[in-house]
Design a protein around this ligand. Structure first.
Ligand SMILES: [Zn+2]
Length: 211
């Protein structure tokens, strides 16, 4: 998993190391784990109810002005409020409160709307060359430490560690939901596939003396 740092540590770099005016928002996903599902009532019937977690925002800014960083991912956890009135000619400002963070992507001087997010916590990761090019998207699933492992089978196939279902997913997408069981999975490069020993592991059949 990529190493996220708290926004509190990243503010000096975010403030000084980028040309925000030439940067732009490339991906933005609001996701909630909340869902509606059937719940059994004490009387033996069913009703529809909701359960789940707070709204999270995963946003990637294509970053300009730094020779080694091409994207900045902001993971805003438990979003309390936001405004998306202006998404170009960005600037950056951050207000740290004791139990919330306000990110501003437009300076007070800019006219015509604003773009800001208030969240309980914000984590940041800087993306290097892997974030160059027109095709790449990090995807909408917010990273979670407790995600189930998915084993990499080849460049496009992966296998769910929960139900053993295999499916096609772009290899750049680290977090994806298994289309069979719905679990959030994290792609793990060197994981033994369910019940299968990798051929290149020490001592496995065929690793030595194979013609
Ligand atoms: Zn599964």
């Amino acid at each position: 998993m990529k190493s996220y740092v708290s926004i509190r540590e990243a503010v000096p770099q975010l403030t000084n190391a980028f040309k925000w005016f030439d940067s732009f928002i490339r991906e933005m996903y609001f996701t909630s784990e909340r869902c509606l599902s059937e719940i059994k009532t004490p009387a033996g019937g069913t009703t529809i109810g909701g359960a789940g977690h707070a709204l999270n925002l995963r946003m990637v800014v294509a970053a300009a002005g730094n020779p080694s960083i091409f994207g900045i991912e902001f993971l805003c956890l438990s979003v309390e409020a936001f405004s998306l009135q202006r998404l170009v000619e960005l600037s950056f400002d951050c207000t740290l409160e004791r139990d919330s963070v306000r990110l501003d992507f437009c300076s007070a001087a800019s006219d015509g709307g604003s773009c800001w997010v208030i969240a309980k916590e914000v984590q940041v990761v800087f993306l290097g060359k892997e974030y160059l090019g027109p095709l790449l998207r990090l995807g909408h699933e917010a990273p979670r430490e407790d995600a189930t492992n998915a084993a990499k089978i080849d460049e496009c196939w992966r296998q769910c560690g929960n139900c053993s279902n295999a499916w096609i997913e772009k290899s750049e997408i680290e977090f994806a939901r298994c289309p069979e069981c719905g679990m959030l999975t994290r792609l793990v490069e060197n994981l033994t596939r369910c019940g299968v020993v990798p051929l290149d592991s020490p001592g496995s059949i065929g690793s030595q003396g194979n013609p």
